[in-house]
Design a protein around this ligand. Structure first.
Ligand SMILES: NC(=O)c1ccc[n+]([C@@H]2O[C@H](COP(=O)([O-])OP(=O)(O)OC[C@H]3O[C@@H](n4cnc5c(N)ncnc54)[C@H](OP(=O)(O)O)[C@@H]3O)[C@@H](O)[C@H]2O)c1
Length: 338
C-alpha cells in the first residue's frame, strides 16, 4: 500500500504475545523533523519491561516500542539544515537532551516510552534526535548504541570518571555490561565481570576482562572482587542488577568509590548504611546526552569497537527478539533487522 508502513505496537498488557504487527500511514516530517527509513533496531531490557507492563508507564496506547534504531534519512521537514536525505543515522534515546544534566524535558522525550518508538518501517524524529552513524559500523551494529552503549559510557567516563589503571566491576553479560567491558578495555581500565555462565565468562575474558566471577557458584562475589583488587575493592561499579545486587555492589566497591545505579534486573531491599560508612558515591544514571553520544562515537571510531551482537531476528519475527531477551541466553545485544 503506497503511503503506508508496517509497525509493531503495544495495545495492552498482554505481554510479548500481544504485540501486534499493523499497517499504519507512513508519517510525514514536520518543521524541524526528519523521516528515517529504519534498517535495524536493537532491544534493551527496558523495552521488554515496557511490553510486559505498559499500563503503569502512563503513556497512550497503542504505542510503538523501542528506542534504538539505525536507518537512512528519507526526507527532511522545513528548516532542517543539519541532516540531509540519504544520510545514515542512529536514533538518540532522548530526543531532547543536548548536554548538561538530565531534565524533566529530556525524560519526556524518550523514544518507545513518552514518545512513539522506532519498531516501524519509518519513524519521524527530531532533526536533533539523530546522529550520523559511525562509519565502520553496519546499520545493525549502529542500532546497538543509543541506550546500552551510551549508558555504559556515561557510567564509566562521566559518572564514575574512571581513569586508566582503575578497576570497574560489571554485573552480568547483557547489553550494558558488554559495552562497558569493551570501553574499559579500550581505555586501560581493569574490568572484573560476573556472570551465571562460565561460557560467557570465557568470552568476556577474550574481550579483555581481567577478572571473571560466576555469581551462581560464588555467593560472596564481593570477597572475590576484593581478592582481585588486593583487598581494596573496585573503584567503580556499573550496577545493572538493582535492589537484588546493590548490597553486594556496596560491599565490593572501595571506600570512596562510585556505584553507578542503572538497572532493575533484580528485586530486594537495601541497607543504606555502607553508603555512608564507606563514603560511596551512589549516582543514578539515565542513558546520556547527545554530547556524550558524540564523544562515545568518536571513541568507538578511534578504537574500531564493534558491538557484540548475539542474535539477529527479522522484523516480521520481532516478538522472538523479546523472548530471547527474557531467556537471558544472550550476551551483548539482540538486533531486529528490517
Ligand atoms: N538507567 C538507564 O539508563 C538504563 C539504560 C540501559 C539499561 N538499564 C537497565 O540495566 C539493566 C540491564 O539492561 P540490559 O539491556 O543490558 O539487559 P540485558 O541485556 O537483558 O542483560 C541481562 C543480563 O543481566 C545479567 N543478570 C541478570 N541477573 C543478574 C544478577 N542477579 N547478577 C548479575 N547479573 C545478572 C545476566 O547476565 P548472565 O547471563 O551473564 O548471568 C543477563 O543475561 C536493566 O535493568 C535495564 O533496565 C538502565
Amino acid at each position: 500500500m503506497a503511503g503506508s508502513m508496517r509497525a509493531w505496537q503495544i495495545e495492552g498488557d498482554g505481554g510479548i504475545d500481544a504485540l501486534s504487527l499493523v499497517e499504519r500511514p507512513r508519517p510525514e516530517p514536520g518543521p524541524g523533523e526528519v523521516l528515517v527509513r529504519m534498517t535495524a533496531n536493537s532491544i534493551n531490557y527496558r523495552d521488554l519491561a515496557t511490553i510486559r507492563d505498559p499500563l503503569s508507564r502512563g503513556f497512550p496506547l497503542p504505542r510503538i516500542p523501542n528506542s534504538d534504531g539505525a536507518g537512512i534519512v528519507e526526507a527532511v521537514g522545513s528548516g532542517v539544515a543539519t541532516v540531509t536525505p540519504g544520510a545514515a543515522v542512529t536514533t538518540t534515546f532522548f530526543q531532547d537532551w543536548e548536554d548538561g544534566g538530565c531534565t524533566p524535558a529530556a525524560m519526556a522525550s524518550a523514544l518507545g516510552g513518552a514518545r512513539e518508538g522506532v519498531l516501524a518501517e519509518y519513524a519521524v524524529l527530531d532533526a536533533g534526535g539523530v546522529l550520523p552513524q559511525v562509519p565502520h559500523l553496519s546499520g545493525e551494529e549502529a542500532a546497538c548504541l543509543p541506550c546500552a552503549a551510551l549508558t555504559a559510557w556515561n557510567a564509566i567516563f562521566e559518572t564514575a570518571a574512571l581513569r586508566p589503571g582503575d578497576t570497574v566491576l560489571l554485573l552480568g553479560t547483557g547489553g550494558v555490561s558488554i559495552f562497558a567491558l569493551q570501553f574499559a578495555a579500550a581505555a586501560g581500565i581493569r574490568a572484573i565481570i560476573t556472570s551465571s555462565s562460565d561460557r560467557k565468562l570465557e568470552e568476556a575474558a577474550a574481550l579483555g576482562a581481567a577478572g571473571t566471577i560466576n555469581y551462581r557458584d560464588v555467593d560472596d562475589w564481593p570477597a572475590a572482587v576484593r581478592d582481585l583488587t588486593e583487598g581494596r575493592g573496585a573503584d567503580g561499579v556499573v550496577e545493572v542488577g538493582g535492589p537484588g545486587t546493590l548490597q553486594k555492589s556496596l560491599d565490593a566497591v572501595r571506600v570512596g568509590g562510585t556505584v553507578a545505579l542503572i538497572g532493575i534486573l533484580t528485586g530486594g531491599t537495601i541497607d543504606p548504611l555502607p553508603v555512608m560508612r564507606k563514603s560511596v558515591r551512589l549516582n543514578g544514571v539515565y542513558v546520556g546526552s547527545r554530547r556524550m553520544f558524540r564523544d562515545m562515537n568518536r571513541a568507538i571510531g578511534k578504537h574500531a569497537i564493534r558491538p557484540r551482537i548475539s542474535e539477529v531476528v527479522p522484523f516480521e519475527d520481532a516478538r522472538e527478539a523479546y523472548r530471547l531477551m527474557a531467556s537471558q541466553q544472550h550476551m551483548g545485544k539482540i538486533v531486529i533487522r528490517f
